[in-house]
Design a protein around this ligand. Structure first.
Ligand SMILES: [Zn+2]
Length: 317
């Protein structure tokens, strides 16, 4: 290799063998020190104020596989594959506006080390927690776990756990296996490593379709089919916070559920409830507020929303 900036042929080089190009000797830029985005080092952990909230699902017993269906009209939104600086921050604002708490399964590949890009993603992961959402592990490299040997799976877990721990100060306890791929061996191994696997029953195909309208249409098709075929009227929804059309689908989905609730309210039926906790899908681990109690509050809110919607229809603008 000839050093940049030197025109000497290799045989003529009499300078020390480590020829340094002008580019290489340029002083390294000072590290970007930005309190908000700074990646916490091992000793100085800058934690978001999570308080005693169970942001990682540590209260659930390990070794469970939560399949994600519910006989109630309970809906939990989960977002996989982020964080993405392009889309996740906007989604967090959207969820705040809608008053929705979700569960994010983060891929640790994009954060956890020190470069500015990774620090930016780490800050987003902390922001997810700060805004009240839960965090789970979606592995480092997103390879399907049944295709890996035990040692490889444990290496995946070790890396992602270290990064998540470093970022939010807590070890992940929930995992979404990439592609939903599991086997008996993998389940056993995840259980031994203290994990609860979280699957889904409602996938609106946001990786396959490309518009928010198609996402919403597919969501309701899947929801109705599951109700017909399994009797499950609610479930865990899988979306991806890396896709703009998935983000755009969220408010539309919520609005469509609200419209359905207006009809259900009239019929005296259970309403769709976008819940804020995985515990509603794990018998014996429901949060303090029961689904029945939530329904009461929901009915009051729905009554107001439906009145307003009906009024808007009466008075077209
Ligand atoms: Zn994924």
């Amino acid at each position: 290799m000839v050093a940049g900036g030197s025109f000497a042929g290799a045989s003529e080089v009499i300078t020390p063998p480590v020829a340094i190009s002008p580019v290489a000797i340029r002083p390294r830029p000072a590290p970007i020190v930005e309190p908000v985005h700074a990646e916490p080092g091992p000793d100085v952990v800058q934690l978001p104020p999570v308080g005693s909230r169970d942001v990682t699902g540590s209260r659930f017993p390990s070794g469970l596989t939560v399949h994600g269906g519910s006989k109630h009209r309970a809906i939990l939104l989960t977002f996989d594959d982020g964080p993405s600086r392009r889309t996740t921050p906007r989604l967090l604002d959207m969820l705040d506006e809608l008053g929705i708490t979700a569960l994010f399964f983060v891929k640790s590949e994009s954060f956890g080390n020190g470069n500015p890009w990774e620090r930016e993603h780490a800050a987003i992961v902390r922001e997810i927690v700060r805004r009240g959402h839960m965090i789970g592990n979606h592995t480092e490299t997103h390879r399907q776990l049944p295709l890996l040997r035990n040692a490889e799976i444990e290496a995946e877990l070790a890396v992602s756990e270290r990064k998540i721990q470093k970022t939010i100060g807590r070890k992940p306890r929930l995992i979404r296996p990439p592609g939903g791929a599991l086997s008996e061996r993998v389940e056993q191994l995840l259980a031994e490593n203290g994990y609860t696997s979280v699957m889904w029953t409602l996938y609106p195909g946001d990786l396959e379709v490309h518009t928010p309208e198609e996402v919403v249409r597919t969501f309701f098709r899947v929801l109705d089919r599951r109700e017909r075929e399994t009797g499950e009227r609610g479930g865990i929804v899988l979306l991806h916070d890396t896709k703009q059309h998935s983000l755009d689908a969220v408010p539309r989905l919520v609005e469509a559920l609200q419209k359905r609730n207006c009809r259900l309210l009239e019929e005296g039926e259970e309403l769709y409830d976008i819940v804020d906790d995985l515990g509603y899908f794990i018998p014996g681990h429901e949060p303090d507020q029961t689904l029945e109690e939530r329904q009461e509050a929901l009915r009051e809110r729905a009554q107001r929303t439906c009145n307003a919607l009906a009024f808007r229809q009466l008075v077209p603008n």
